[in-house]
Ligand binder design. Structure first.
Ligand code: HEM
Length: 490
């Protein structure tokens, strides 16, 4: 490739981009002029270099890759990217922490966001999940408050455990997610070895329109590993971008990370008697009752050439669904389907879908969404910009399996408060995690991890935290109380 010549933004040649133009004055000074377009472009562009960071999940690493079907599931879904063994689909991947800002450390205890955009022949399909299988709240109106309680205190501008626990003891549906967060998986040691969960229940729909409920799971092919608290804290200081570096270097070395994608599937008849765990994202489905069915493998094989253009400007959204996969009556999912594109319009502008990392690879014809800031397509030329025009070249897409809007409504249903009170059922799965999944070392570590966050909070709140976890298992309360006594003697 010939060496590029420096130019202004509109191509006019520039001899030296490092020197502005001045009219020299006595004493070695100089007067700059509005005629120095190079200087003006340089300064004004710099002032506009920043865009709003994501309101959550701001710190991340990302990479390109491909998804390959290893098990044909056309009996479950018509989605083309999941069908035909050997079928390959390009993907964009982004792995984030949740609470920290764009410049914050990677190796902190936090839920990791696990985002994948599949560029399919039927449009983009996004799985925007987390690295733990459950979420903290089930009413979307609580989401902004949840995140504020994990971020900076409005007055001290520091993360604040009092605020954190005050939120959770008063919204204890989060207890299951908290059990995961303070367990060993709360601090992964590498992006390459984290799990990814779609978390919500979706629908898979076949060509004939038959549907089943499903959940998506990514599992790394390498063993899942984590940092000790001490190593993570040290690393946060020594190399706050450790996870970014680890992923980037592995891909550069051609040690491509691989995940397998699985689905859990529930028949609609099973769903009728399953209870509220069907659409409540504070709950998991048992793997024994709903075993993992392999779908394919995702390999990350290309680092971004430019982080800002490809990863910062990426726009993942649960509303990006292809035919064969559909939404369900989970209010959290529906709220997310609104919130992400809304955030992206604010963050990236109304035409963010035209940006390279979001642009579909299949033909797009949406002539009723045109104009606005930053159009860089032909903008549908002279095609009619109003619907039902007899002059429009557009024809309806052929989609056989769109059951998006056919959810039955309960008889005599009426609009009312979405309050699902926390009850004993909310403690059953956290209890299983504690008793059956954690071993004794992990239990002790878990108690230590939580205990150090409640040392300095008001006594009443500390008791409330202990009381909340005692409902998971009385022993947790005892261990936390004992830990508290130990530290008060120090
Ligand atoms: C009502 C609930 C929720 C709301 C309103 C919400 C809202 C948001 C918003 C506004 C963003 C920033 C999007 C952007 O600027 O591009 C975001 C990012 C993200 N959220 Fe949520 N969220 C919710 C729940 C969840 C849940 C349950 C999960 C996981 C299952 C999740 C995973 C993520 C991930 C992975 C990102 C980063 C996406 C990326 O990589 O760009 N969120 N969320």
């Amino acid at each position: 490739m010939p060496s590029p010549h420096f130019t202004l933004a509109e191509g006019q040649p520039v001899i030296d981009p490092s020197t502005s133009i001045t009219l020299p004055t006595l004493g070695g000074g100089g007067l700059t002029t509005l005629g120095d377009t190079l200087l003006i472009e340089t300064l004004t562009h710099f002032n506009r270099e920043r865009i709003p960071e994501r309101v959550v999940h701001a710190k991340a690493a990302g990479a390109w890759g491909e998804f390959e079907v290893t098990n044909d599931i056309s009996s479950l879904t018509s989605a083309k990217f999941m069908n035909g063994v050997g079928k390959k689909t390009p993907v964009l991947f982004r792995l984030s922490t949740t609470g920290g800002e764009k410049g914050s450390a990677d190796t902190v205890r936090d839920v990791r966001g696990f985002s994948v955009k599949f560029f399919t022949e039927e449009g983009n399909h996004d799985i925007v999940g987390n690295h733990i299988p459950v979420f903290f709240v089930r009413d979307p109106i609580r989401f902004p408050s949840l995140n504020r309680s994990h971020k900076r205190h409005p007055s001290t501008n520091r993360p604040d455990w009092t605020m954190f626990w005050d939120f959770h003891v008063n919204q204890p549906e989060s207890v299951h997610a908290l059990m995961h967060l303070f367990g060993s998986r709360g601090i992964p040691d590498s992006i390459r070895r984290v799990t990814g969960f779609g978390v919500h229940t979706f629908k898979m729909v076949t060509d004939e329109g038959r549907f089943r409920y499903c959940k998506f799971h990514f599992r790394p092919v390498d063993e899942i590993t984590h940092f000790s608290k001490e190593d993570a804290t040290r690393m946060a200081g020594v190399n706050p971008d450790f996870h970014n570096q680890d992923l980037w270097c592995a891909i550069s070395r051609k040690q491509f990370p691989v995940w397998k994608l699985y689905v859990q599937v529930m028949e609609p008849e099973q769903a009728e008697t399953f209870g509220r765990g069907l659409f409540d994202i504070t709950k998991v489905w048992s793997h024994k009752d709903f075993p993992l069915i392999e779908v394919g493998k995702m390999t990350l094989n290309k680092n971004p050439e430019n982080y800002f253009a490809e990863i910062e400007q990426a726009a993942f959204s649960p509303s990006n669904m292809v035919p064969g996969i559909a939404m369900t009556p989970d209010p959290m999912l529906q709220a997310r389907m609104f919130a992400y594109p809304d955030a992206q319009r604010y963050r990236l502008g109304i035409n963010y879908t035209q940006l390279p990392s979001n642009r579909a690879i299949c033909p797009v014809y949406a002539p009723y969404e045109r104009d606005g800031m930053g159009v860089h397509t032909r903008n549908y030329g002279g095609d009619p910009n109003y619907v039902r025009s007899s002059l429009s070249p557009g024809v309806p897409s052929q989609v056989t399996s769109d059951v998006r809007h056919t959810e039955p409504i309960e008889r005599f249903a009426f609009l009312g408060k979405n309050e699902i009170a926390v009850d004993d059922e909310d403690y059953v799965q956290p209890r299983e995690l504690w008793n059956r999944v954690f071993d004794e070392t992990e239990r002790k570590q878990w108690v230590e991890n939580v205990s150090e966050t409640i040392e300095a909070i008001p006594a009443g709140l500390r008791q409330a935290v202990i009381a909340m976890f005692s409902k998971v298992d009385a022993r947790i309360g005892q261990m936390m109380a004992a830990k508290g006594k130990e530290t008060s003697h120090l």
